[in-house]
Design a protein. Structure first.
Length: 355
């Protein structure tokens, strides 16, 4: 069965992890484009404020307090979307957290909790969405990471959860397609993003973590998510640096290991002392309601690589135009040389006539 997705202004979108960062930004931008949004997270005040702001601007929004590790709470979020807006068309599994530190120094209890949020939260949300969209049709969008493709040091449990999310998402996509379900299943893989990701992560290091550059604005991910809500796409990396990182795992895995071991560990440490507070087991004591962290001096507002993936025909037209201009310029060089030679010879003749 062909997958036909509605325009954003005709959609209701459920977004988990919507109290800050990518989720909050996506909710805002979706509402600005006319979609109804259901924000889902553990922190109520930030979601209520965001929903009220959307409504004040003429948008449609509802919120539901839920821990994505709680399947029952997620089902209640789906029920809320049905009551408030008649159902939903797109479900975005965005909720996630990380732990910084060596694998051998991170308690198993914390690693299991990370899987409850990042992996099982995604699985439960995906199955709830697939169950509802099986006949209605729509989009399921899971937020992975470039670390779904290539592991990095000092975030071992997070690497593992995102690899698991990738494997689950790819399998679910194939099985739904085999069954003829009209559901688009997309995996969005961001690189480093200017959110509260580091601040909300649990730190098992001797310094505050730091996102290695280049760092992109959360809007770059939100645009990718909203594109996937309208156009079926298998997967999408946000940021060209992420594309290079994914390619390095295929082309030069051992060299990449060496780079990770020697340099990336240092880059991930800011030099500032570690502070208390994270969102591993509950809402963070700070940062909810913020789209950006504001701690990065240079943030890229767009990813031209991702823009090219989401606007292929525009990119092709620009490439053709540039190519045509280069060809025309190349053809014009001999003509210009001939004209210059003609003018030069005339000048020489005039000079010779005065002598």
């Amino acid at each position: 069965m062909a997958v036909r997705l509605r325009k954003l202004e005709e959609q209701t979108i459920v977004i988990t992890g919507a109290s800050s960062g990518i989720g909050l930004t996506t909710a805002r931008m979706a509402a600005e484009k006319g979609a109804a949004v259901v924000l889902v997270a553990r922190e109520e005040a930030a979601m209520r404020e965001a929903a009220e702001r959307i409504r004040a601007n003429g948008g449609r929004a509802a919120w539901h307090v839920a821990d994505v590790a709680d399947e029952g709470a997620l089902r209640e979020a789906a029920d809320l979307a049905k009551r408030e807006f008649g159902g939903f068309d797109t479900w975005v599994n965005n909720a996630g957290v990380t732990i910084f530190g060596k694998l051998t120094e991170i308690p198993l209890e914390e690693q299991r909790r990370l899987f409850e949020t990042n992996y099982w939260g995604t699985v439960q949300g995906s199955l709830i969405a697939a169950e509802y969209l099986r006949t209605r049709g729509g989009a399921l969008i899971n937020i992975g990471s470039v670390l779904s493709d290539r592991a990095i040091v000092d975030q071992g449990p997070y690497n593992a959860t995102k690899h698991a999310v990738k494997g689950f998402t790819n399998t679910l996509r194939m099985e739904l397609e085999r069954d003829g379900c009209p559901i688009s299943v997309s995996l969005i893989k961001p690189g480093p993003i200017d959110t509260m990701f580091e601040e909300h992560g649990r730190r098992r290091m001797d310094a505050e973590p730091n996102n290695p550059p280049p760092v992109y604005a959360p809007e770059t991910v939100a645009r990718a998510i909203l594109y996937a809500a309208e156009y079926p796409i298998r997967d999408l990396i946000v940021g060209f640096s992420g594309r290079l990182m994914s390619a390095s795992e295929i082309l030069a895995p051992r060299l990449t290991d060496f780079i990770m071991e020697r340099f990336v560990s240092k880059v991930q440490r800011s030099g500032d002392p570690t502070r208390e507070g994270d969102s591993l087991f509950g809402p963070a004591p700070f940062g909810d309601g913020q789209e950006r962290s504001g701690r990065h001096s240079a943030v890229r507002e767009r990813s031209y690589y991702t823009d090219a993936r989401t606007h292929p025909w525009t990119t092709l037209a620009l490439a053709v135009g540039v190519g045509a201009a280069l060809v025309a310029g190349a053809k014009g060089v001999p003509v210009a040389r001939q004209r210059y030679a003609h003018v030069r010879d005339r000048r020489r003749e005039r000079v010779a006539g005065f002598q």
